[in-house]
Write a protein of this length. Structure first.
Length: 108
């Protein structure tokens, strides 16, 4: 089993940039399928006037600490490097949440 956090603005597609995400939907992959667990509210990690804020990155890392991977539509190189350096597996993907999770479930 694995827990996957997804940055989405509509709850249907993986369509949110990591730095703009205001919430993450969390799913569990199990036995070739997936199930929805919960929604986790977050403060957007990047503010246009402030740029990257690693304190906010750290809060998101803590918020999703029980997740095995984070799926986003886009993430900047600096943010990705920061998350990866702290052990977060982050992937850029696109498509519907169901299709992406179905594909991932095949590999678990």
């Amino acid at each position: 089993m694995a827990r996957i956090a997804i940055a989405t603005s509509d709850g249907y597609t993986v369509n949110e940039h990591f730095g703009q995400a205001k919430f993450f939907r969390v799913y569990e992959l199990d036995g070739g399928g997936h199930s929805f667990l919960d929604v986790r509210d977050a403060v957007a990690a990047c503010q246009q006037s402030l740029g990257h804020d690693t304190t906010r990155f750290d809060k998101i890392i803590e918020l999703l600490s029980d997740c095995d991977a984070l799926l986003v539509n886009k993430i900047g190189e600096g943010a990705a490097a920061y998350l990866i350096s702290r052990g977060v597996r982050v992937f850029e993907v696109s498509g519907t949440i169901d299709a992406v999770l179905d594909k991932l479930a095949e590999q678990f």
